[in-house]
Design a protein around this ligand. Structure first.
Ligand SMILES: [Fe+2]
Ligand SMILES: [Fe+2]
Length: 444
């Protein structure tokens, strides 16, 4: 595998690596605590933790407790042990397997080391300032919370800034945009690991290395459980995809639409600051919202012209059929309300139940906006895709009647940022029949 690394990225990585070397040299000349046995023991734990990472079921990302080990090491022993053991964050078996470029190894090691070293210095300085001593672990419980929070914050800021700058150099995008997109969602997860760092430190202080190694056993069991859960989730997602493939085979107009509605719905969910659980429901519900069309006759789905009254009433059954299908899949039961109500309208004139306003489940109101936007911005046999601007205007003109005004407002505002003006949505697929019916009043 050959991965191209931009020249400016290489230069930045070399600068970061040289800074890390100078920094570690400074720490050792400044006589910060260092002991080879401790260094080796904590490096080994860091290496173990980084390699027994947990794959998250989506985003293709993973979580490990290696930074937690690093932070606990710097809490106990100070910046030099922290900065040197953090180098072992870079040694990951999967990188050897994937033949990750040397530059990335160099970067991961250096940035981990700088993050830990700077956090360690903040910790020590803060200790001097508050207590006239250099550590907090031996002090009372509440008084160590603030410095530990500062350590976590410093580590997080240095780590994510360096990573964002590197990605921005490779992709020529603003580092702030990269930082927002890649790190903001991880903040709660990251800070939730801090009590664990504190626990590691306390266990080491009271029981030594043996206690810390024993601490790893429940973590490995938890990891195993999580992996099984992750695999189960993937299996469900595959089931979902198989269902969508079946629908796409029957109705070519659906191709790509389900996936885009899923992405748009998740985006709206994030704008509304919904929790991860709801975002996951939105992803599934988006992909599956039209799954009930499997039960609609092919000739109706493929009919290019206007539908008869009878045909339209059959299309209108798809939310109900979708709910029936999903009832059979245990893990997808919780997306049924969103799927069942995705054609409700805010003024109560939609289907399947004729619900109105807040009576319509929030996720269904979100799906409805995403669904219609994708329908409008996808080309149809008799008209090209509408521009983002025009589709936004349509959404606004149906705000309060067809759509939840709050959702339209926040979504249209975000589109202004994403597209500027006049651009088309990335959709290239055909409009679906029901979306045609849905937006027919607002499209000339
Ligand atoms: Fe639909
Ligand atoms: Fe749809």
């Amino acid at each position: 595998m050959s991965i191209k690394i931009a020249i400016q990225e290489k230069i930045f990585i070399i600068v970061v690596a040289i800074t890390a070397i100078i920094f570690i040299t400074y720490l050792s000349y400044a006589n910060y605590y260092f002991d080879y046995k401790i260094f080796l023991a904590f490096s080994f734990l860091t290496f173990l933790a980084e390699n027994f990472y947990i794959k998250l079921p989506h985003r293709g990302s993973s979580v490990s407790v290696s930074s937690t080990i690093t932070i606990s090491s710097l809490i106990i022993f100070g910046p030099l042990i922290g900065a040197t053991t953090a180098l072992f964050n870079a040694i990951v078996w999967r990188d050897i397997k994937d033949r990750t470029p040397t530059y990335w190894w160099l970067f991961n090691g250096s940035q981990g080391s700088l993050s830990a070293g700077v956090a360690g210095l903040v910790y020590i300085q803060f200790g001097r300032l508050l207590h006239g001593s250099e550590g907090f672990v031996r002090s009372d419980f509440p008084s160590m919370l603030l410095p530990i929070f500062l350590v976590a914050l410093t580590f997080f800021i240095v780590n994510t800034s360096l990573v964002s700058i590197t990605i921005s150099l490779a992709e020529s995008i603003s580092p702030i945009a990269i930082w927002r997109a890649n790190t903001v969602w991880a903040i709660p997860n990251y800070f939730s690991l801090m009590p664990l760092a504190l626990a590691f430190a306390q266990i080491y202080m009271s029981t030594g290395m043996i206690g810390l190694v024993l601490m790893f056993i429940p973590l490995l069991v938890a990891r195993q459980t999580f992996q099984v859960y992750g695999k189960l989730k993937n299996t469900y997602m595959e089931t979902v995809k198989a269902l969508v493939v079946a629908l796409e085979a029957k109705d070519p107009y659906t191709k790509g639409h389900s996936e885009r509605v899923s992405q748009l719905s998740e985006k709206i969910g994030r704008l509304l600051k919904l929790g991860e659980e709801d975002l996951e429901k939105l992803r599934y519900a988006g992909v599956l919202h039209d799954i009930g069309k499997i039960g609609t006759a092919k000739y109706i789905l493929r009919k290019p012209g206007k539908l008869s009254e009878e045909e339209y009433s059959r299309v209108k059954r798809h939310p109900e059929t979708g709910a029936l299908i999903l009832r059979e899949i245990k893990l997808l039961e919780n997306v049924i309300p969103a799927v069942f109500h995705h054609h409700e309208q805010y003024d109560g004139s939609g289907y399947a139940d004729g619900f109105s306003g807040e009576e319509i489940p929030l996720l269904a109101r979100i799906l409805s906006v995403a669904d219609s936007y994708d329908a409008m911005t996808s080309p149809r046999p008799y008209r090209p895709a509408m521009t983002n601007e025009l589709a936004s205007q349509e959404l606004l003109s149906c705000s309060g009647t067809q759509f939840d005004p709050k959702i339209v407002e926040i979504f249209v505002d975000s589109l202004k940022i994403d597209y500027g003006s006049g651009n088309k949505h990335g959709g290239t697929e055909q409009l679906q029949l029901d979306e045609f019916v849905e937006v027919k009043n607002s499209i000339s």
